[in-house]
Design a protein around this ligand. Structure first.
Ligand SMILES: NC(=O)c1ccc[n+]([C@@H]2O[C@H](COP(=O)([O-])OP(=O)(O)OC[C@H]3O[C@@H](n4cnc5c(N)ncnc54)[C@H](O)[C@@H]3O)[C@@H](O)[C@H]2O)c1
Ligand SMILES: Nc1ncnc2c1ncn2[C@@H]1O[C@H](COP(=O)(O)OP(=O)(O)OP(=O)(O)O)[C@@H](O)[C@H]1O
Length: 432
């Protein structure tokens, strides 16, 4: 892989490592992209402008429109606080194709600056909500008329829009899984309208690089949805101009390994999680019995309801409910949190990001275990089966309202009422 101008050697290595970790499906996907791109590439193999080819489109007009769409490039700058000037530029990396890989991971505040104008937005909405549907139609109309943006939506949302008015004919969608795999080459920005579940859903659509996500809060808690929908015009206006503070949220990749397949991965592509993977006892009334290994060293045996392997973004979700610590989402690490362990001394751990964790169901287990991914897609793990989990090379960049730390602290205060206590006073208790 060619190193993009402006990257340090370390970062280039990061890119190569990330590349090496790609699974075969993504390699196929990227190979197809590479074929598509070759005719537009510069001599160094990098495309500064990518002209998109969108398989089958409904009309000639759409085909022409698609060829006009170019993926916006951007720069990420890493900021360090504490310098004399309070903030100074630590490093700048260009992402000509707008695709962030593991090289973009950092525990520092990150700022995203567009190098070319974003042109294509994917709007994702939570289902079954009339208010979300109304807002979605209004937002799409505004983005088309005032910002001249190309819009993508899910097929379900396309149906909703067209049943409202044929005005929305310009909106694009996809027909099958294959088109979803190439979405990241077309979309500059993802907008979500819903709660944290919609952000999880949006992230799960991208099995490789993820475009920046701007999340408007239309749910009850909103740890990952910092923007207010009432002010969407001002908010999108400033995001489309940039620069924007972003949080790079780490994801984990999980492989199910069946005993019967003798160490072969069950699925070619890993399952990517933004919050956590949970291995639990499911409907069984027996204790879960799970042997845990970290980089092939035995760690412990979980005997209880189960185990949560969580990202730091997921630390405020299920892991928190099971007694895990809350961790700033940009801290790289994997939380190892037992669920109701039948032991007095089993405290949660936080492991470094580079480890690989293997959770094995032993042959003497009294019942199978169940794995679930961001609360979805339950898979049974029979005796002898294992789940292998490590950090994924593609983080999820989410736009911040203020900055990563401010947004995190505000979300635990507003969302969870963290450390809310009446203040001591000689005049009697006060609220804060
Ligand atoms: N006992 C628990 O705390 C428990 C049990 C099951 C699932 N969950 C969480 O629900 C998540 C799935 O969310 P969903 O919205 O699809 O299902 P859902 O609709 O059942 O909502 C679960 C709740 O978890 C909140 N949540 C999700 N991600 C969060 C995060 N990173 N930080 C803080 N809160 C978060 C949501 O806002 C929502 O209130 C799972 O990934 C898991 O973390 C929690
Ligand atoms: N685009 C989508 N397509 C299908 N399902 C979705 C989509 N977006 C969200 N969901 C699912 O819908 C459910 C509700 O979504 P979400 O959590 O965003 O809303 P909410 O429950 O109202 O918010 P909160 O959880 O904060 O109260 C979740 O289980 C989520 O996985």
């Amino acid at each position: 892989m060619t190193c993009i101008t402006g990257k340090s050697p370390g970062e280039c290595n990061g890119d190569i490592n990330a590349q090496q970790m790609e699974n075969s499906t993504n390699q196929t996907m990227l190979r197809n992209e590479a074929n598509e791109q070759s005719e537009n590439c510069c001599t160094n193999g990098l495309c500064s402008h990518e002209i998109l080819h969108d398989g089958e489109t409904d009309s000639h007009a759409k085909a022409v429109q698609n060829k006009m769409m170019r993926k916006a490039s951007f720069k990420l700058s890493w900021w360090c606080k504490g310098d004399i000037s309070d903030q100074h530029k630590h490093d700048i990396v260009s992402f000509e194709r707008g695709n962030i890989t593991a090289a973009g991971r950092s525990s520092k505040q990150i700022s995203l600056k567009w190098e070319s104008n974003p042109q294509t937005v994917l709007v994702m909405t939570k289902p079954n909500s009339t208010s979300v549907q109304i807002l979605c139609a209004d937002m799409i109309r505004w983005m088309k008329e005032h910002k001249k943006l190309n819009i993508y939506v899910e097929p379900r949302v396309m149906g909703e829009l067209l049943s409202e008015s044929s005005y929305f004919n310009f909106v694009q969608t996809w027909k099958d899984e294959k088109e979803i795999l190439s979405l990241h080459t077309k979309v500059d920005l993802v907008v979500t309208l819903g709660g944290d579940g919609t952000v999880l859903w949006a992230a799960s659509m991208f099995k490789g690089p993820v475009p920046p996500i701007v999340s408007f809060s239309l749910g009850s808690l909103g740890f990952m949805t910092p923007f207010h929908s009432e002010q969407y015009r001002d908010c999108l206006d400033s995001i489309l101009k940039g620069p924007i503070s972003i949080t790079l949220r780490h994801r984990m990749q999980c492989h199910v390994i069946r005993d019967a397949a003798k160490n072969e991965y069950e699925t070619e592509e890993p399952i990517l999680v933004l919050n956590e993977v949970t291995i639990d006892r499911g409907i069984s009334s027996f204790l879960a019995n799970l042997e845990c290994y970290c980089d092939n060293s035995f760690v412990t045996r979980v005997q209880g309801d189960g185990l949560i392997l969580s990202t730091t973004s997921g630390s405020t979700a299920y892991s928190l409910g099971a007694g895990g610590s809350m961790v700033h989402p940009q801290v790289p690490g994997i939380l190892f949190t037992p669920i109701c362990p039948h032991s007095l001394s089993f405290r949660p751990l936080i492991l470094p990001e580079h480890v690989t964790i293997r959770v094995q169901v032993p042959f003497n287990s009294r019942s199978p275990a169940w794995a679930s991914f961001d609360g979805k897609d339950r898979k049974q793990l029979a005796a002898g089966d294992a789940l292998v989990c490590s950090m994924a090379p593609w983080p999820v960049p989410t736009a911040c309202q203020i900055d990563s730390t401010n947004d995190f602290l505000r979300s635990i205060q507003d969302g969870l009422h963290w450390n809310l206590r009446k203040t001591q006073s000689v005049e009697g208790p006060r609220d804060l």
